[in-house]
Write a protein that binds this ligand. Structure first.
Ligand code: ADP
Length: 386
């Protein structure tokens, strides 16, 4: 049996070892060049390293025990604070899984300036219970500036591409109209394919790219005016009447009687058009398409449901990514761009709206758009949509 003196010296030794371990851990955390924050299972800050203090402008004693998503909410590039459920720390706590977030998102410092940030959050799990999270983040201002310059360059080049393609399409059309008997069948075919490639494939692609870049760069103005949304939907249906008739689709409309809503009419038209065009494109002949416009609490809901090809379950998380097209639509519409949904989601993110969907492959898809009854947020900008 150990004597009391031995037991005491053992426990002193253990304490010394623990203190040594703590000091070593602290030196490691203090010396890493990236911001580090530890939060408990409620998302409350329990530790931040000096580099994080430096980057966010808060001292540890000012934010200890405070909820991280209140102190340091994540904003998107248009200055909108992300909803609580989309805050990376909230996602990591909920999913009990690692979350990597960048692209582009921002932290707002204590002095209200902001910087683009790349975040990795890992849960701390012991015996299957989540004790908290460790967040490592870094300032990605340089990468962000480079990305912006690249986007501006692509936007400029795409814009420059528009005019020669418009010239090709216009001249091919003129030649087609005036060709009469002068061309033989194969020459006429070549001319037609030049015209179609320019007008029906290249121009829509260039416009879609230009629009998405303008929306990404935040250069598109949002100018809300009182707008009759039912009329706006009917205008889209009118534009699509030929396709609807060709496919003998049955359109079922259900509109609540709404007062005009303060939205940007052109952007709203683009949102409605994109969703209805897709419902028409991805429906087989003689199917029904339901279009509803409803008031629900403080929001207006625009709902389009089709019984078309649907979106495969495993591909659904990618649907709002730029250029993404599900594997089951390539043969239905080989010319699609995969830009439309990305574009209208960006518009709605910036204007204070939301978009989501439910879908089952070979059964159909329902898209939902919600816009606050208070309307869209105004924003000055230099460009419109093509
Ligand atoms: P595009 O239709 O030009 O491919 P979008 O960005 O509008 O591009 O849509 C992206 C993808 O989402 C489509 O390629 C398709 O896979 C899927 N999708 C969108 N709407 C529907 C729908 N109503 N039914 C089935 N799939 C759809």
């Amino acid at each position: 049996m150990k004597k009391l003196g031995d037991k005491l010296s053992d426990s002193l030794l253990t304490r010394f070892e623990l203190e040594k371990e703590k000091a070593r851990n602290k030196a490691i955390l203090d010396s890493i060049g990236e911001g580090l924050i530890i939060a408990d299972y409620d998302g409350r800050v329990t530790f931040i390293n000096p580099r994080a203090e430096e980057m966010i402008g808060w001292r540890i004693d000012e934010i200890i025990d405070k909820p991280l998503f209140e102190i340091l909410p994540v904003e998107d590039r248009y200055g909108n604070i992300k909803a609580l459920e989309d805050q990376p720390i909230h996602m990591a706590l909920r999913r009990k899984d690692k979350v990597i977030a960048s692209g582009p998102i921002f932290y707002v410092r204590k002095n209200k300036t902001k910087f683009p940030v790349a975040i990795t959050i890992s849960p701390i799990i012991l015996s299957e219970k989540i004790l908290g999270v460790i967040e490592v983040f870094r300032d990605v201002s340089k990468e962000f500036e480079l990305q912006k310059a690249r986007e501006e360059f692509i936007s400029f080049s795409t814009h420059q591409l528009r005019s020669p393609v418009t010239t090709i399409a216009g001249n091919a059309e003129l030649l087609l109209e005036g060709s009469g008997q002068k061309l033989d069948a194969s020459e006429l075919e070549s001319l037609k394919s030049i015209f179609q490639a320019a007008r029906e494939r290249l121009l829509p692609l260039i416009n879609a790219m230009l629009n998405s870049l303008r929306v990404e760069l935040g250069t598109v103005a949002i100018e809300p005016h009182p707008t009759d949304l039912a009329k706006s939907i009917d205008a889209v249906l009118n534009e699509l009447s030929a396709q609807i008739q060709n496919k003998q689709l049955i359109i079922e409309k259900k509109y609540d009687n709404l007062l005009p809503i303060n939205v940007d009419p052109l952007l709203t038209h683009a949102v409605f058009q994109n969703i209805i065009v897709n419902a028409v494109k991805y429906s087989q002949i003689q199917k029904k398409i339901g279009i509803a416009l409803l008031k629900k609490d403080e929001n207006i809901l625009f709902i389009v449901s089709d019984s078309g090809c649907g979106i495969p379950q495993e591909e659904q998380p990618n649907i709002f990514q730029k250029l993404y097209r599900a594997s089951n639509v390539q043969s239905i519409d080989p010319d699609g761009t995969g830009i439309g949904l990305y574009l209208i989601k960006s518009i709605l993110d910036q204007a204070g709206g939301k978009i989501w969907f439910e879908s089952e492959e070979n059964k159909g898809t329902t898209f939902y758009v919600s816009i606050p009854t208070s309307g869209m947020k105004k924003r000055d900008g230099t460009k419109g949509l093509q």
